[in-house]
Design a protein around this ligand. Structure first.
Ligand code: MRU
Length: 368
């Protein structure tokens, strides 16, 4: 996607320096556009943990590139297989909910362990990181392709009036490598000349919607409006939302969907108001091992400071201010689970299906 007319992905190998991975440091968006150099697995782990990079598909790629950096920096004669396993454990411990991270790290390790020499292992690691990254771009493009007719149909029913899509958090290209998951159908519709408008949930506590989704929609020229998190229900009651599309960090084989905290409440409001509620997801976000999302998906708890403090711009300086009583306890659950019964459909890279095991397995028969 483009920023100020220049095409960017969210992660790439530095041109002319294959020992350096570059990322867009999302902590400073929308006020600063900062590119960060990552040279070690520890730096990669910190970037994931502290959310310089975030969003399920992107942390998958970052994890795979982290493994590549770990391999690259290991001494030739060391017990490199043991150290590789330590690097994998470090990366996987950074963020527990998004299954893409564990998937990418485990796949990288599996490919590397097919080699006996460290040098060949480095090559495998880079090849796998690039493969995961390219696959993610392709999957997001396909999600856009399959999601587009949903928006097109509503546009026709509304005689070309703007289609109002509500989204939560950032499941855009900044959460992925390009296109996004939830936003891919929106970009596809906008690029096809269909009038579309996005209600952007601010998404407390880290405001990924207000800061990041709004930034990328603005850069792409998609009409949008930022709303406080609690506004969606009111808009739905008044017919101002045609469709909800969100992303997911982990979806079970039965169609239960973990996504940013607050998604479940939007699904309940959508259900009550008969607003279609879709999930845009690549198959790398499906955990084929799990059946009961509420009971089994690990929910990340993050620092209470994310709730106590708000970040913003004042006189060209990015500042954090305390917004709660200093001594009040806080609880910061980062994700929740929307049960499959509240989900209208899953938009995957192979097409749209119902949120249930049978229809998912029809699309992905190799998982039977
Ligand atoms: O904590 P984050 O910002 O990494 O959470 C991201 C989300 O919840 C997104 O909605 C989800 O990852 C889907 S990303 C395509």
């Amino acid at each position: 996607m483009k920023i100020k007319g220049q095409h960017y992905r969210t992660i790439w190998l530095k041109p002319d320096d294959p020992a350096c991975v570059q990322i867009i440091d999302q902590r400073w968006l929308p006020h600063r556009f900062v590119i960060e150099d990552i040279r070690t697995v520890e730096e990669a782990a910190r970037a994931i943990q502290e959310m310089h990079v975030r969003g399920a598909p992107l942390i998958g790629s970052a994890g795979a590139f982290g493994i590549y950096l770990a391999m690259l920096n290991l001494p030739e004669k060391s017990d490199w297989k043991k150290k590789l396993m330590e690097a994998a454990a470090l990366l996987k411990s950074t963020r527990p909910t998004a299954v893409n991270l564990a998937y990418a790290v485990d796949l990288s390790v599996k490919k590397i362990l097919m080699e006996n020499e460290k040098k060949e292992g480095v090559g495998r690691a880079l090849e796998t990181a690039k493969l995961i990254t390219e696959e993610s771009v392709e999957h997001c493009r396909e999600i856009g392709k399959y999601g587009l007719p949903l928006i097109q149909k509503i546009s026709e029913q509304k005689n070309g009036e703007p289609v109002n899509v509500l989204t939560h958090c950032n499941a855009g290209w900044l959460a992925c490598i390009d296109y996004g998951t939830a936003t891919a159908p929106v970009y596809a519709a906008h690029d096809a000349g269909i009038k579309v408008h996005v209600w952007v949930d601010e998404t407390r506590p880290r405001n990924q919607g207000a800061r990041i989704t709004a930034f990328e929609l603005l850069e792409h020229g998609v009409p949008h409006t930022i709303i406080a998190d609690n506004t969606g229900g009111h808009l739905m009651q008044h017919g101002m939302v045609d469709l909800v599309i969100v992303g997911t960090d982990r979806t079970t084989r039965t169609g239960d969907v973990a996504n940013k905290i607050g998604t479940y409440l939007k699904a309940l409001a959508a259900y009550d108001n008969k607003v279609p509620f879709y999930i845009g997801l690549p198959s790398s976000s499906i955990d084929w091992e799990l059946e009961d999302g509420v009971a089994e998906i690990p929910i990340e708890k993050r620092s209470g400071d994310e709730i106590k403090f708000m970040q913003g711009l004042e006189k060209d300086e990015i500042k954090k201010v305390l917004i709660t009583p200093e001594k009040s306890p806080v609880a910061n659950y980062a994700f929740d689970v929307t049960p499959a019964r509240l989900v209208t459909g899953l938009i995957t890279e192979r097409g749209i299906c119902g949120a249930n095991e049978k229809e998912l397995l029809n699309l992905f028969p190799e998982k039977k």
